[in-house]
Write a protein that binds this ligand. Sequence first.
Ligand SMILES: NC(=O)c1ccc[n+]([C@@H]2O[C@H](COP(=O)([O-])OP(=O)(O)OC[C@H]3O[C@@H](n4cnc5c(N)ncnc54)[C@H](OP(=O)(O)O)[C@@H]3O)[C@@H](O)[C@H]2O)c1
Length: 265
Amino acid sequence: MAAFLEQTFFHYALLSFYLLGPPTFIVLRFFQFPYGKHNRVGWGPTISPPLAWFIMESPSISLPLILFPSGQHSTNPKALALMSPFLLHYFHRTIVYPLRIYQSTSQQNTKTTIGFPLLLAVNGFLTQALNTYLQVRWVSHYKSDYDSDGGLFWWKFFGGLVVFLWGMRINMWADTALLVLKRESGGYKVPRGGWFEVVTCPNYLGEIVEWLGWAVMTWSWGGFGFFLYTCSNLVPRACASHKWYLEKFGEDYPKNRKAVIPFIV
Ligand SMILES: NC(=O)c1ccc[n+]([C@@H]2O[C@H](COP(=O)([O-])OP(=O)(O)OC[C@H]3O[C@@H](n4cnc5c(N)ncnc54)[C@H](OP(=O)(O)O)[C@@H]3O)[C@@H](O)[C@H]2O)c1
């Protein structure tokens, strides 16, 4: 009975995740989450950005520790292999990235960093909890073809892993470049070089590529849903950031850059 109830919960959670994507995309076309360069007053109490990132992303580390061991595939090497890139990304995003923002801010010449709305951090925490539940439960418990898909598992795994690691490299490179720029300039400057010559937000491009790789690796509705949700969240934000740079820097902003997808968007 408990297993049936949880399976029903899992299916509704998956459905909710898909239903979240289109409204997120539409709303974010007109209105940006008020943090960073899109920050606005009137969103209640704020906390420091490193703490906000830690809070928002913490379910992606804590839930696997709680949920993975209870899955029927918890000792299957294929399930462990699948979980590793997810944990690698989120160890970086939850622990390393906030420490790097903290370090970069404390070394800044001019301190211009503004608070992160607590409301937004709570919203991010809940969305991440839903997403992590879906990815972890599917990999560790609901995936049913680990032993029956022949050699296909490893083709999908390694094919997706190459895409995932490529995306992670772009994402981390771009985040590092922005943090260095912020530390050196103390404010917003036009980022230059590498992927910044192609798109305004290479960190978002890298993130989207990573979760495309994850969708291939897991070959699951949950993985594909996460890829779609990431696009619906980051593509409108990248477009808004592109517009923000054009308005702020005018003629000094390179004309040939796209917002996030090279040569397209
Ligand atoms: N999977 C998802 O759905 C999802 C959602 C959101 C974010 N993320 C990931 O989380 C990471 C951070 O996201 P974000 O939205 O905070 O990225 P962001 O707006 O590009 O900011 C990243 C950092 O760089 C600083 N910065 C940005 N532009 C700058 C400039 N022109 N000059 C100097 N400093 C600059 C920001 O400072 P300020 O904070 O002061 O602006 C912030 O510390 C990214 O890797 C992103 O891919 C993932």
